[in-house]
Design a protein around this ligand. Structure first.
Ligand SMILES: O=C(O)CCC(=O)C(=O)O
Ligand SMILES: [Fe+2]
Length: 353
């Protein structure tokens, strides 16, 4: 078996899975991380993840109806750690536009995309993970990762100029996402009978939005290769726009469930930092993406993370005799999370008391 350490980081980083597929290369051992028998024999049923109508959280809704939707939201986040958000005010034509520019970006010739290549130590740009640590595996995907907010932290040298409309679409998407995060953060607080701005205050005015455009090429050996390995997000929470190809799965107990694709929905998935802020009431679910033999898949994940250097911790209103404080105050958790992620580990325990 080829060991990660014998392939220099720059060689590894210059590879693109898409290119390997075009050249007819089979996944080599560095990508092989699944047990073939498990993949063949264990079904992954569709996850009955609740669908939440965000428009019902507006003040013009009858209070009983609003309260019912808030309770549905709370139970979704306690049980699944995610929900499908609909009627979020982003028109479906615009969602299709984002899907379209994402596809168009990845369909371009390699020379064009490589203008935005990330460096070995950089997080932003086009490419994959750095050389994995010993015993870790690579994902069957390519990605483009961009910080989109606050604007002064975004590095526009990585923002594609082609397709032509990419930058404008992304700017509009960012401002729409900021509106969605405001509604979601307030609604989550209300569902827990907390002051509505409490999570927004913890995230801070300069909370980050980072967009990760994921491209999962077809794979000849989907039984042994994963599009994205199992992980929980280090974010506050993540907003995911899927296309119409299933692939994302969430772990519930010992069982993997496939997340249904709903054209107009955003999947909103808790990251570890919301689990910390809710003192463990909301769950940050482990999820992964499986590969597909026939269909390529794209998704756009928007990571919403508390402001740099800002301390976050459990809301006092969620700490009591029955539920003692589980987590301490912590800052820049996403950095520690990334270090653990590269070793194939979760980081949440470092915040535990
Ligand atoms: O592709 C997806 O649907 C999920 C992506 C994801 O989990 C991530 O980028 O962290
Ligand atoms: Fe994720």
């Amino acid at each position: 078996m080829a060991s990660a350490s014998v392939i220099p980081a720059d060689v590894l980083l210059s590879r693109r899975v898409q290119e390997m597929v075009i050249n007819g290369q089979e996944p080599e051992s560095l990508y092989i991380c699944r047990d073939e028998e498990e993949a063949k024999n264990v079904p992954s049923p569709l996850a009955p993840i609740p669908i939440i109508d965000l428009s019902l959280f507006s003040s013009s809704t009858l209070s009983a109806t609003r309260e019912e939707e808030l309770q549905k939201l709370k139970s979704a986040l306690c049980c699944w750690g995610c929900f499908q958000a609909i009627r979020h005010e982003i028109p479906s034509s615009f969602l299709n536009k984002i899907r379209q520019v994402t596809r168009e970006f990845f369909e371009q010739p390699m020379e064009e995309k490589k203008k935005y290549s990330k460096g070995v130590r950089e997080v932003e740009g086009y490419g994959g993970d750095p050389t994995p640590e010993e015993g870790q595996f690579l994902d069957w995907q390519d990605r483009l990762f961009l910080t989109v907010y606050p604007e002064d932290l975004s590095d526009t040298k990585f923002w594609p100029e082609s397709p032509k409309s990419f930058r404008l679409v992304l700017e509009n998407f960012t401002s729409m996402m900021r509106t969605v995060t405001e509604v979601v953060s307030k609604s989550m607080a209300k569902s827990l009978k907390l002051e509505e701005n409490c999570f927004l205050n913890q995230f801070g005015e300069r909370a980050a939005l980072q967009a990760r455009f994921n491209y999962y090429p077809c794979c000849e050996r989907p039984e042994i290769v994963l599009g994205l390995k199992p992980h929980a997000d280090g974010t506050g929470y993540t907003l995911i726009l899927q296309d119409d190809v299933e692939g994302l799965q969430v772990l519930q107990g010992e069982q993997w469930f496939t997340v249904p694709t709903i054209p107009d929905a955003l999947l909103i998935l808790m990251g570890d930092q919301m689990e910390i802020m809710t003192n463990g009431v909301f769950k940050s679910p482990v999820h992964r993406v499986v590969s597909n033999r026939e269909k390529e898949r794209t998704s756009v994940a928007v990571f919403y993370t508390p402001e740099k250097h800002k301390e976050i911790g459990p809301e006092d209103g969620l700490v009591n005799e029955e539920r003692p404080r589980l987590f301490k105050k912590i800052k820049d958790y996403d950095i520690t999370h990334w270090e653990y992620y590269q070793r194939g580990m979760r980081a949440l325990h470092i915040a535990e008391i």
